[in-house]
Design a protein around this ligand. Structure first.
Ligand code: SF4
Length: 959
């Protein structure tokens, strides 16, 4: 036995990564770990901890954390990395350990609250979970009984869980899911999906020879820490890092080659590289010949040509010959020789090109989805798909367990989220919701915003406000949130949901070449239960009455259907105890026992049940390394039972599909009269192939062509709405990049993390030295930045780290509150005055951040005053007509601030934003055929196939 009074932490001994892992407390010591108390230094006072693994909730990377529970007080004292987590491997960014700030935030919402005065008046009374469940559940029950299913909507910001709502909402019979995807990743998703069905890439940075990144925030946002550590590993092993980013980001600062192209020109550069690869023959001919749908392309688009690969290559050369380095240089402003050097790097990657695009370029521009499509083109041409050091589809590196009982696909189609104008959107047209409500396309009886702050995060926030305050448009607004936010101010219920250590969730992300699953746990509840103190509901163990959503939704579902007569309750009954309410141990335990490959066996080796294994380690590695699904050969039995299409060589079967064990969103190839497609013959061998209609990588997308955009069916360059020809720099017009992240912040929830806000609390406008000289401004001077619908006033930061003609402002700052007291974390928000007259809104900061007394003595030591500027309010909606993505980049005019402008001022005219909405809506091409949307493409909460059929009344051409 070791001496319990002595610390068990090992001293750092080595810089070797393998040994350094030993600095983490070994899992066998996690029940009782002793360290000197740092607060008692220099005295050596031992403290005993119980370490409980959980998962960070501060971005979607889902890194592992260990919650350190003081065994004397049973309070969580700190968070460190979980070394047993395969994605993060014990490492975190600043936001992971800052979870402790969120837990202890003196301004956090601790109890369920109900509106007391008029909506938006800011008066609240404490209510009970019981009353809230009865009221909300009863209202939903009435809506369902009266057939008003589309009036119930769940709108999510940061999901932070996998598979949960796929269990809940279909059980209620709703097509009522709404997301934040179209203000985030829709452009990138569409670009990838038209190639392969799956909508996300999974690069293997650690084993790459060339890493190519396009984004203004990449590796400070999505998969930040898991990707960042593997990019560094790749570089240490000799990989070349190439970054396209108009702004000098942290990632760009580490690059071997950084270019700063004009925003929106990225696809032109990528196609110039593609042209270089094709015209010089430095591409993987065999991979392209085997896996690209070139035969289909030639048959459909060039029926006069022989269907031979050589014929395709000559067409390819002709198609892209116009994308010379000189052309790309003119579009991007980057020297042609530099671009050629990058092309040579890509050509020399040897099939190990790890490439990633998310958000910025794809989310910034009209046609931005083609940036992702052109980037994947390079992965295809270099044969870098699904191999070590290459890039995979996300679904190959992700596993979402299927719960014990799922409702069938609903037979409904909600046109508030899936309107006729956007048949190819990825996904719900979420940011247009207030415009649709104003147009009278529908109304909402119960509207959940969940970890979502659309008034602040979305463009056109004042149009959101106009709808949120209108009870004829939104009958009951329920804000499920861990923190106060601008949107919650306009709620009827504010229900406190847990941070990363206060809830159960499953998560699996494509952080690298491999597959893992992680288990977020309510740390204090688990610690109490380890000590034999059972907890009936997680809110009993959390601070105040902060709850978790999984239990909340189960209880709400029972409230909606208490006697089971609506057919809902059955999905929330225990798989082990007939007719009883399912517990968290049963919900998660059943999945761990039945649907996670290898987990029961690994647990058995330690003499544990699968649930106990996951409670102990918090994560499980299902597979290491890349595994390309498409290369799997079909079994002789499958081949023998299949029929082969003579032309396409696609194999079909008449046998029904086996129920899948996971619910990773997956394309569903449409059956034909030959049966259900199961594979494709490649050089005489039956392979699984891709889950596209052709079972191949679709260089040519018949789907895009059939749904109205034949000219964009192949990788193409689309001139952005902020193309240089449309920006008059002599009139002080600029392009504003508004989407970049700070590595220390997230959207809303980091506002109550004091360490993070102390590091980052202002968002000055970056401006190039030459532009600053022309405008006559210096760092710290105020400028007015005018958009189509209004303007904001910000200070400038003069820098060489931005391209001339372009300015940039981070979207992480600019929080505000309308009153003292409840409303928004005081650590990070400005007190504002808000005035409106006929849609003309004025927001003016009255007071910045400052010290205040609270339960945390640190709040009296606040030294900063800045809360940043809320620029998103001044952006009109700009939906891309194909992907549905909001095109974030803005053409703006920059002038010196004029009297009486003050820092942080915002003015917006929502009448103008309405005009802009209509102008962009007019760009769409609604379908005229039989279907609302291609059935094979991904769609969250996919309804029954019949629901895809266009009703005769849908505008855009009736049969
Ligand atoms: S990258 Fe940072 S914020 Fe994101 S999950 Fe990991 S530790 Fe948390």
């Amino acid at each position: 036995m070791s001496d319990p009074s002595r610390p068990t932490r090992l001293p750092p001994q080595s810089t070797d990564a393998g040994e350094r892992m030993q600095q983490y407390p070994p899992p066998e010591t996690w029940d009782d770990w002793v360290e000197w108390d740092p607060g008692e230094w220099p005295r050596k006072v031992p403290r005993r901890y119980m370490l409980v693994p959980t998962v960070c909730f501060n971005c979607e990377s889902a890194c592992g954390l260990l919650g350190w529970v003081d065994k004397e007080t049973m309070q969580v004292r700190k968070f460190e990395g979980n070394p047993a987590h395969p994605g993060s491997r014990g490492r975190n960014c600043a936001k992971g350990p800052a979870t402790i700030n969120q837990v202890n935030d003196p301004d956090r919402i601790l109890y369920p609250l109900k509106r007391a005065g008029a909506r938006g008046e800011g008066r609240w009374v404490r209510t009970s979970w019981k009353e809230a469940l009865e009221d909300i559940g009863g209202r939903i029950r009435r809506a369902l009984q009266e057939g008003r299913h589309d009036e119930v909507m769940y709108h999510v910001g940061r999901p932070g869980h996998d598979g949960l709502m796929e269990w809940i909402l279909p059980a209620w019979g709703l097509d009522g899911h709404n997301s934040h995807t179209n203000i985030c990743s829709a452009g990138a998703r569409a670009g990838y999906a038209f190639w392969m069905g799956f909508d996300r890439p999974s690069p293997d940075h650690a084993n790459a020879k060339v890493i190519l990144l396009i984004s203004s925030h990449l590796e400070t946002g999505h998969y930040f820490n898991p990707h960042a550590q593997r990019i560094v590993e790749g570089q240490l092993a000799g990989a070349k890092l190439i970054v396209f980013d108009t702004r000098l980001s942290n990632t760009a600062s580490r690059a071997d080659r950084w270019i700063s192209p004009w925003p929106g020109s990225e696809a032109a550069i990528l196609l110039a590289i593609a042209n270089h690869l094709v015209s010089t023959g430095r591409f993987d001919r065999e991979f392209v010949r085997r896996w690209v749908n070139w035969e289909e392309y030639l048959r459909q688009v060039h029926p006069d040509r022989p269907v031979t690969f050589d014929s395709f290559v000559s067409v390819l050369k002709a198609l892209y010959a116009k994308y010379t380095f000189d052309f790309a240089a003119r579009e991007s402003g980057v020297d042609a020789g530099v671009l050629e050097g990058i092309a040579d790097d890509v050509a020399a990657c040897g099939g190990r090109l790890a490439a990633h695009n998310w958000r910025s370029a794809a989310a910034g521009n009209l046609g931005g989805w083609q940036v992702a499509r052109c980037l994947w083109f390079l992965s295809v041409l270099t044969g870098s798909i699904g191999v070590d050091g290459g890039t995979s589809a996300n679904a190959w590196d992700k596993w979402v367990p299927r719960p014990h009982k799922l409702a069938p696909h609903v037979k409904r189609w909600n046109e508030l989220t899936w309107p006729a104008e956007y048949p190819l959107s990825y996904f719900e047209m979420s940011f247009l919701l207030p415009h649709f409500l104003k147009e009278g396309r529908g109304k909402l009886d119960v509207y959940f915003t969940r970890v979502y702050n659309p008034m602040w995060t979305n463009p056109d926030g004042f149009t959101w406000l106009e709808v949120l305050r209108d009870e004829s448009k939104i009958g009951l607004h329920v804000a499920l949130t861990p923190t106060w936010n601008e949107t919650a101010w306009w709620a009827d219920y504010v229900l406190p949901m847990g941070h990363g250590s206060e809830r159960h969730d499953l998560m699996s992300q494509e952080t690298h070449a491999g597959q893992w699953i992680a288990f977020r746990q309510p740390v204090r509840r688990v610690a109490l239960e380890r000590l034999g103190k059972p907890v009936a509901r997680t809110w009993e163990a959390n601070p105040g009455q902060v709850w978790e959503e999984t239990e909340f939704w189960v209880d709400l579902s029972w409230e909606i259907d208490p006697d089971g007569s609506l057919g809902i309750r059955q999905y929330f009954e225990s798989p082990y105890r007939a007719g009883e309410r399912i517990t968290m141990d049963e919900y998660f335990g059943w999945m761990f026992e039945n649907t996670v490959p290898g987990l029961p066996e690994a647990a058995a080796k330690e003499g544990l049940a699968p649930l106990a294994y996951m409670r102990k380690y918090g994560a499980f590695e299902i597979r290491a390394g890349a595994e390309p699904e498409f290369e799997r050969s079909l079994s002789p039995e499958e081949v023998a039972a299949a029929r082969v299409d003579e032309v396409t060589r696609i194999l079909y079967t008449s046998s029904p599909a086996e129920p899948p064990r996971n619910i990773v969103p997956t394309p569903v190839p449409v059956p034909t009269e030959l049966g259900r497609p199961i594979g494709v013959e490649i050089d005489g061998t039956a392979k699984f192939g891709f889950r596209t209609p052709s079972r191949k990588l679709e260089f040519y997308s018949p789907t895009v062509a059939e749904f109205g955009w034949p000219e964009l069916a192949i990788p193409e360059y689309v001139r952005s709405h902020i193309h240089p020809d449309s920006v008059d720099r002599s009139a002080n017009e600029f392009v504003l990049l508004s989407t970049y992240r700070l590595p220390t912040l997230i959207h809303t929830r980091s506002a109550n993390a004091k360490w993070l806000v102390e590091i980052s609390h202002s968002n000055p406008t970056w401006i190039h030295t030459s532009d600053a000289a022309r405008l006559g401004v210096a760092t710290g001077d105020l400028v007015r930045v005018s958009t189509e619908i209004g303007w904001f006033v910000d200070k400038v930061w003069v820098t060489e780290g931005i391209r001339p003609g372009v300015i940039a402002c981070s979207h992480h700052l600019g929080r505000w509150r309308l009153a003292e007291g409840d409303g928004v974390s005081r650590l990070a928000s400005a007190l504002v005055e808000l005035n409106e007259s006929d849609g003309r809104w004025d927001l003016r900061q009255q007071k910045g951040v400052g010290p205040y007394e609270s339960s945390d003595p640190d709040t009296s030591r606040i030294w900063w005053t800045d809360a940043g500027v809320h620029q998103n309010l001044t952006f009109p909606v700009q939906p891309d007509p194909v992907s549905g993505s909001h095109c974030w980049h803005q053409k703006v005019k920059v002038t010196r601030a004029e009297s009486p402008d003050r820092y942080g001022d915002v003015r917006v005219d929502t009448n103008k934003s309405r005009e802009v909405f209509r102008r962009w809506l007019a760009l769409t091409r609604p379908p005229t055929g039989e279907w609302r949307r291609p059935h094979w493409m991904l769609r969250p909460f996919r309804p029954d196939r019949e629901a895809y059929r266009r009703p005769r009344s849908v505008s855009g051409g009736a049969e």
